[in-house]
Design a protein around this ligand. Sequence first.
Ligand code: HEC
Length: 141
Amino acid sequence: MKKVYILFAALAAATVSLSFASSDQDAALKKSMEAGKGVYNGICMACHLNEGQGIANVFPPLAKSDYLMEDLDRSIKILINGQQGEITVNGKKYNGAMPAPGLDDKDIADVLNYIRNSWGNKGDKIVTEAQVAKVRAAAKK
Ligand code: HEC
């Protein structure tokens, strides 16, 4: 009986610490998304529009964009360097130019957390400033 009790207590403790860890993540994501929304509305919305819907064949959508959700490092690079040349987003071709928005690492992480978790998108994990810094450093080599 004692063994069963110890096992139960250990399980309960593990469950509690797991749920704390995930609510910390949720809070961090929420905060980052709020900051990212400010960046989005100030810069990106002009082209990608208020719900990330874009304009077919001119400005690619971010809402439910297969291209956006497929490769996080590539999205980070787009936000560091801008993007030009032909790409295919949700089956439609784009061949325009997005100027580098000139954001710092934190703004890039925030805006990515916002667009990757809005309008039906669901990012698998939170994007961190450190991750952006790593991609930026690798791009400089
Ligand atoms: C001046 C208009 C303009 C602004 C401002 C702009 N973009 Fe773009 N964006 C584009 C264009 C045009 C493309 C496609 C470029 C091409 O055809 O290669 C693009 C492509 C992208 C892509 C990759 C394709 C996709 O749909 O998944 C992402 C992600 C993206 N933009 C995010 C952003 C974010 C975030 C911001 C704000 C920080 C932003 N853009 C600001 C015009 C813009």
